[in-house]
Ligand binder design. Sequence first.
Ligand SMILES: [Zn+2]
Length: 245
Amino acid sequence: MPDFSLPDRSRPLAYEVVRSRRRTIALHILPGGRLEVRAPLRAPLRLLAEFVESKRTWVERTLRRQKDVLLRILWPDRPLSDGDVVHLRGVTLVVRLSPQSGRVVEACRLARNDDDTGDVLVVPVREGADAARAKVLAHYRADLDARLEGMLPDCIRRVGRSPAALTYRLARSRWGSCGRAGRISLNVLCAALPDPLLEYVLCHELCHLLHLNHGRAFWASLQRVMPDWAPRRKELREWHLQAPI
Ligand SMILES: [Zn+2]
């Protein structure tokens, strides 16, 4: 289960460090509340610790929001507000509504937060209109299109079957489904997942083209196509489609 409890104020925040050839330090909150610091190759550990502590207020505020909403935020029963938290490719993004008065409303775009606390999803909306949620979902669809372009042919080759059709829809309880006619439907919220988990969902559904049930033969196919499916499946459980109660 993800741990949504707020960090103990008297202790330093726990975080993982991912180093790369980058110039700046950035802090990301992963689903389940884990913290990841992205840092230049040689940045001293003490500097990273100070950086994380300086973001404590932001971390606490964001975790509090995650507890309530996680992926449920994009369901039709609530409007999306400025400061809400969404996920894209496994990363937490803070929504910034950007009111526009012109005729043409731009698409969503990613931006950096001024204080290095992760990234922001800028959602242009016409003043007064509540189209923010639809905007984000359109962004998710476009993101899935881009990612599947490379990933889907590879998964199809490994499984040895192509779907009759592949469509997106917004679902509350399933990441994907596969019907008898070989039509696969992916939950548009899959865009929130990091690549390894999106790939798991894809391979899982494609294996249903071979076996429509979850019997032994199905798991054997998945094992052949994706030998490390089990840890991916376990990680996918951290991504609650329905907020934990
Ligand atoms: Zn299944």
